[in-house]
Design a protein around this ligand. Structure first.
Ligand SMILES: [Zn+2]
Ligand SMILES: [Zn+2]
Length: 272
C-alpha cells in the first residue's frame, strides 16, 4: 500500500486569500515550495486500483498536478467544505469515467450530499461504523469521531454519524487516517493503537491561541499528547495551517522525532 498526501493544508489553504503573514507571503513568493498547501486530499494505491480519501475543493488542480488516474471511489471523512466540496468538480471527472463515482461515507454525510449535491449522478455508499469494507486489497474500517461539537458532544459514541476516521490495512500494514476531531471515542482509540502510521489533524498544532469552549478540533499540547500516546511508528499531520506562522522548515524542526510535517505530494510507501 502506498499513500500520497496530495493536499496537506487546512481549510483556508496556504497562501490564504489576502493574508500577509510571513508564511503566506513566502508561499506567494515561492509558489512551488513546501509552504504552498492545498486542502486535505489523499491518494491510496492498493493492488489493482487507486482510490481517494476526501474530495477537497482543490481536487481539480491536485488531480492534474499529481497525474491521478480516473478514480471512481472516494472515502469522505465528513461534510465540511475543505473535505468534501470538490464534489462539484466531479462533474468534469465523470466525462472521463467508465462508471458513476461512488462516495463512501457516514449517514450524516450522505444527508448533506443529497441536499447539496442532489443534481450530481453519484452513487453514495453508507458505511457502518466499525464494519470493514475491502477495496483494491485494502481493508478500510470507518471509525466514528467527535468533531462537530454542537451536534456531537452529547451523542453516545455508538450513535455518532457525522465524522469518520478510516483505518486502512493491507498486507500487514496498518495506517489510520484521522480526519478532523476534538475527541476520540474509546472504540476508535482501541482500533488505532500501534499503527505503522497515523495521519492526524494538525490544524492547531503548536498553538493554544485559538482554543475555545466548544472546540471542533484538538489544540496545541493536546494534539501532541494524543498522537504521542498512540504507539504509532510515524505520525504525519494534515490540515497544516498558516495560523501558527511557521514555515514548513520551522514546523518540522519544532516536532518530536517520528512526527512528520508533510507537504503537498509527499509519498509514503509501506513494504513488509
Ligand atoms: Zn497567512
Ligand atoms: Zn471539519
Amino acid at each position: 500500500m502506498k499513500f500520497t498526501i496530495i493536499g496537506s493544508g487546512a481549510w483556508e489553504g496556504i497562501p490564504a486569500p489576502f493574508c500577509s503573514c510571513d508564511v503566506c507571503s513566502l508561499a506567494i513568493k515561492e509558489p512551488r515550495s513546501k509552504n504552498n498547501r492545498t486542502r486535505p486530499q489523499f491518494l491510496i494505491e492498493g493492488t489493482g486500483g487507486n482510490f481517494l480519501l476526501e474530495t477537497s475543493p482543490d481536487i481539480r488542480i491536485q488531480s492534474t498536478a499529481f497525474n491521478a488516474t480516473p478514480i471512481t471511489d472516494f472515502f469522505v471523512s465528513h461534510w465540511h467544505f475543505d473535505h468534501m466540496y470538490g464534489l462539484h468538480e466531479l462533474l468534469s471527472w465523470m466525462k472521463r469515467l467508465s462508471q458513476k463515482p461512488t462516495i463512501h461515507c457516514s449517514t450524516g454525510t450522505k444527508e448533506v450530499i443529497e441536499k447539496e449535491f442532489g443534481y450530481l449522478p453519484l452513487k453514495v455508499n453508507v458505511l457502518e461504523p466499525l464494519k470493514p469494507f475491502t477495496i483494491f486489497g485494502v481493508v478500510i474500517t470507518p471509525l466514528p469521531m467527535y468533531h462537530m461539537f454542537n451536534r456531537d458532544n452529547e451523542v453516545p459514541e455508538e450513535l455518532l454519524r457525522n465524522s469518520y476516521a478510516y483505518l486502512l490495512e493491507s498486507a500487514g500494514v496498518k495506517v489510520a487516517y484521522l480526519g478532523d476531531y476534538y475527541r476520540v471515542p474509546q472504540a476508535t482509540l482501541q482500533k488505532i493503537q500501534n499503527a505503522d502510521a497515523i495521519i492526524a489533524d494538525g490544524t492547531y498544532l503548536l498553538t493554544e491561541k485559538y482554543k475555545d469552549s466548544k472546540p471542533n478540533h484538538m489544540h496545541g499540547e493536546d494534539i501532541l499528547r494524543f498522537t504521542s500516546g498512540l504507539g504509532a511508528k510515524t505520525v504525519y499531520y494534515h490540515s497544516i495551517s498558516h495560523l501558527t506562522c511557521k514555515t514548513h522548515e520551522e514546523f518540522q524542526k519544532a516536532m518530536p522525532t517520528s512526527h512528520v510535517i508533510p507537504y503537498d505530494g509527499m509519498e509514503v510507501s509501506f513494504l513488509k
